[in-house]
Design a protein around this ligand. Structure first.
Ligand code: DX5
Ligand code: ZN
Length: 218
């Protein structure tokens, strides 16, 4: 389904070859490149900062979708905007002032996203839907790739789709998306699918056996 955006997460790519990995996934049909930023505080893992995003930028023709799993987030927004992010997504749980954060992202000229952990109800973003371009529903607890899809999030996606109505807001789903779970989230109303291990398992640029899952098959 071409109207569904596929966003491979480079968290599952070869960390020594990100430039080549980004070029390869775009050549295979990726719509967005999903970059998971983790701070070892909001989530129990560490990944990339704005310098890494700036280094990736010339290797990505399309959309750089930056998922900020950091707290506080506000002090870093300008750096990620300057690094060339197209979408900046902050977690509703990351601080008391998500509204201010979203205003700041749009003020920097970027598309604004808000992410929800599996334990957070949809109501937490109900009052924000006019100021976001994307809501990211986490279908794993954030921090690591390769975790199992949490089924209880499916009704949440459907509820969010009803709340969004005709607003031009994407529903992105992140975590445990595979050829098996992708149709379920799409049916529930998601239109942007993040996939890390499903895309990169069994192959990468450094291991040219090919990607484990054809990107357009997701
Ligand atoms: C988890 C990240 C995800 C992760 C998804 O904290 O936000 O983007 O890379 O990986 P898979 O697809 O392997 O669950
Ligand atoms: Zn993510």
């Amino acid at each position: 389904n071409r109207s569904i955006k596929i966003a491979p997460s480079i968290l599952a790519a070869d960390f020594a070859n990100f430039g080549a990995e980004c070029r390869a996934i775009e050549a295979e049909g990726a719509d967005w490149v999903h970059v998971d930023v983790m701070d070892g505080h909001f989530v129990p893992n560490l990944t990339f900062g704005p310098a890494m995003c700036a280094a990736l930028r010339p290797h990505i023709k399309g959309v750089m979708d930056v998922h900020l799993m950091i707290a506080p987030v506000d002090p870093y927004l300008e750096a990620f905007a300057n690094a060339g992010a197209d979408i900046l997504t902050a977690h509703v749980e990351a601080g008391p002032h998500i509204h201010r954060t979203l205003q700041a992202i749009r003020g920097l000229g970027k598309k604004a996203g808000v992410a929800l952990n599996p334990g957070t109800p949809v109501g937490a973003v109900a009052g924000l839907l006019d100021m976001v371009d994307l809501v990211c529903v986490m279908t794993v607890n954030p921090g690591f790739g390769g975790q199992g899809f949490i089924d209880s999030q499916l009704p949440k996606i459907a509820e969010l789709r009803r709340l969004i109505g005709d607003r031009p807001v994407h529903i992105e789903v992140d975590g445990g998306v595979t050829v098996t779970t992708a149709p379920l989230v799409a049916k529930a109303g998601a239109d942007a699918l993040v996939a890390g291990s499903a895309v990169f398992k069994g192959g990468s640029v450094a291991n040219p056996g090919g990607y484990g899952t054809n990107i357009r098959a997701i």
